[in-house]
Design a binder for this molecule. Structure first.
Ligand SMILES: Cc1cc2nc3c(=O)[nH]c(=O)nc-3n(C[C@H](O)[C@H](O)[C@H](O)COP(=O)(O)OP(=O)(O)OC[C@H]3O[C@@H](n4cnc5c(N)ncnc54)[C@H](O)[C@@H]3O)c2cc1C
Length: 363
């Protein structure tokens, strides 16, 4: 058995885990990260091609504001969101973008070399999302992992935490297993931060990596935390349908695509005529399902994603990794439409926390 001691154990090596570890380390806590997979190779963050929504006076579009970002998020969530947490998200996300940049992350710039290029995502009224090609998540992890290495924060990779340990009602450590050797790994620590991502693998069709099985919800529950909103799983509208080995895998960015049913109709004109494919993801996914149910789907049971209207070279330039996936699969996005369907994407649910991100389980 391996045994380690630290003040704070972070469970999870994605963007939430690494940023939490960084926060603890710069506040002089001795911190360790345990990650089921390898850092920069596991979890959803490394797969995130898109962008980070964050509004700040230094880069916002005219007319946009943090208040409008807040409103868009609440409207997109049909007023079910926890407004206190959404407010914190909108307030703090620009600081996080700048923190990532200080750590060394690159974000795409306009021709002046100064202002960020911004993407618009579904449900947003303005383009407000800094990005880097289609490797925004990878870039974030690279920067954070580098910052943690400089602070000598140990990353215990391939260690799956299986139980939070408590003594006299307080968190006292955690136990896990090495996924390589099968050895038991024990951490003595006074605080545990669970940042272990979602559980897309419980669905047959998901764009999540295989390590996201949702087991960390069990960890939290057994330690006395509460879970909330467990029914809120987001389905991303655009997952590959073919070949079977790629079914469910993230197939493209909606801001560079149009969707058509088997009759050649741009069906989002009917469901959300103003925002079209840039409606919220739940609406676009439900529209696809309705088209298929009513007999207007493709032979594989989906709809067509069309990028052929883009300028030649645009898709290859803006999304080079996705472009090479299309080409390897035998699709030229400049001439072919691709069959797609919704796929389980993002767990908006999880451990119930207050506005200080505390679960209330004493440590
Ligand atoms: C294909 C795809 C594309 C996306 N695109 C975007 C985008 O463009 N913009 C955006 O904002 N969001 C995007 N998202 C969502 C975003 O990536 C995630 O919400 C975010 O990265 C989650 O970060 P995280 O740190 O919470 O979890 P993850 O990055 O999933 O990391 C979880 C970590 O926990 C580890 N872990 C799990 N269980 C255990 C355990 N028991 N013990 C130890 N370690 C454990 C995993 O191995 C992993 O290291 C996308 C998601 C996917 C899947």
């Amino acid at each position: 058995m391996k045994r380690f001691q630290c003040d704070v154990l972070v469970v999870g090596g994605g963007r939430a885990g690494l940023m939490s570890a960084y926060g603890a380390a710069i506040n002089n806590a001795s911190v360790m990260v345990a990650s089921k997979g390898k850092v920069q190779r596991s979890g959803a963050t490394v797969m995130a091609p898109g962008a980070i929504s964050a509004v700040d006076d230094r880069w916002k579009m005219e007319g946009d504001s943090k208040e409008i970002h807040f409103e868009d998020t609440i409207l997109g969530g049909c007023f079910i969101n926890d407004q206190g947490l959404v407010k914190i998200l909108c307030e703090r996300s620009p600081e996080m973008v700048l923190e990532l940049e200080r750590m060394g992350a690159l974000f795409q710039r306009e021709e002046d070399g100064l202002s960020y290029s911004l993407r618009i995502d579904g449900g947003h009224r303005f383009a407000r999302c800094p990005f880097l090609e289609d490797r925004t998540g990878k870039e974030m992890l690279k920067a954070m992992a580098g910052a943690l290495r400089k602070l000598h924060v140990p990353l215990c990779e391939n260690v799956m935490i299986t139980r939070i340990l408590k003594k006299e009602g307080r968190v006292a450590g955690a136990v896990g297993i090495s996924t390589i050797t099968g050895d038991t790994v024990l951490f003595d620590c006074g605080a545990v931060i669970i940042a272990a991502g979602g559980g897309g693998m419980i669905y047959e069709n998901s764009d999540n990596p295989t390590d996201l099985t949702g087991d960390s919800y069990g960890l939290a529950l057994a330690a006395g935390a509460s879970l909330r909103d467990m029914e809120f799983v987001q389905f991303y509208p655009v997952g590959f349908l073919q070949p079977p080995s790629m079914k469910g895998i993230f197939a493209g960015l909606l801001y560079y695509s149009r969707l058509y049913n088997a009759r050649g109709e741009r069906f989002m004109e009917k469901y959300d005529p103003e925002r079209l494919e840039l409606s919220t993801r739940d609406r676009v996914s439900m529209a696809i399902v309705q088209e298929v149910r009513e007999g207007r789907g493709t032979p594989g049971g989906g709809v067509y994603m069309d990028m052929t209207y883009q300028e030649p070279g645009f898709i290859a330039k803006m999304t080079p990794a996705l472009y090479s996936t299309y080409i390897n699969m035998g699709h030229d996005p400049e001439t072919d439409c691709i069959e797609i369907a919704p796929t389980a994407h993002h767990f908006m649910l999880g451990i119930a926390v207050d506005e200080r991100w505390s679960s209330g389980v004493p440590g």
